[in-house]
Design a protein around this ligand. Structure first.
Ligand code: ZN
Length: 164
């Protein structure tokens, strides 16, 4: 267990003001029938010996578990999905629209939900093929603003030239 910081606060665990430590440790769990191991962060009350999570830690720990699962079963992690999107300089909403996945799907994939394998393949194809991105962009042009379209077009073209 690694101690990241120590702060004197009113401990929500024992309701007494004392030094509460933020700690990092490995956790094991089962997600979708797969045993997974990942790094988590907790608050630690030394008076009771209990660990507790603040809201952002709860979210991060849950995400860490899902990313460990993704890596284990060979799916893109949330970070990789956001990197692919970043290469093309496209927003979560616009990429969802171009792929015909509604408006929130990419946001969900980057923040919580584990993508289904067919969508994972599509995202990988997008990663390796700027050419295909440009085709999607042309086909879905009217769903994007003029500015967003031009920006994505320029990024897609630049990536295509880099790869050629
Ligand atoms: Zn306490």
């Amino acid at each position: 267990m690694e101690i990241l910081k120590s702060e004197r606060i009113l401990c929500p665990c024992c309701m007494v003001e004392h030094e509460v430590k933020t700690v990092r440790l490995m956790e094991e769990n089962i997600f979708k029938d797969e045993p997974v191991e990942y790094v988590v962060e907790y608050q630690f009350c030394e008076r009771t010996g209990d660990f507790f999570e603040e809201e952002d830690q709860l979210e991060q720990n849950f995400l860490a578990m899902k990313n460990a699962y993704r890596e284990k079963v060979g799916l893109l992690t949330t970070e990789q999905i956001s990197e692919i999107r970043g290469k093309y300089g496209i927003t979560q909403r616009n990429l969802s629209l171009l792929l015909g996945w509604g408006t929130k799907m990419i946001k969900r994939y980057e923040e919580c939900q584990v993508q289904d394998p067919s969508h994972d393949m599509i995202l990988r194809k997008l990663d390796s093929s700027p050419d295909w991105f440009l085709q999607l962009l042309e086909a879905g042009k009217e769903r994007l603003s003029e500015t967003a379209y031009k920006k994505c077009l320029a990024n897609g073209m630049a990536l295509l030239e880099d790869g050629a």
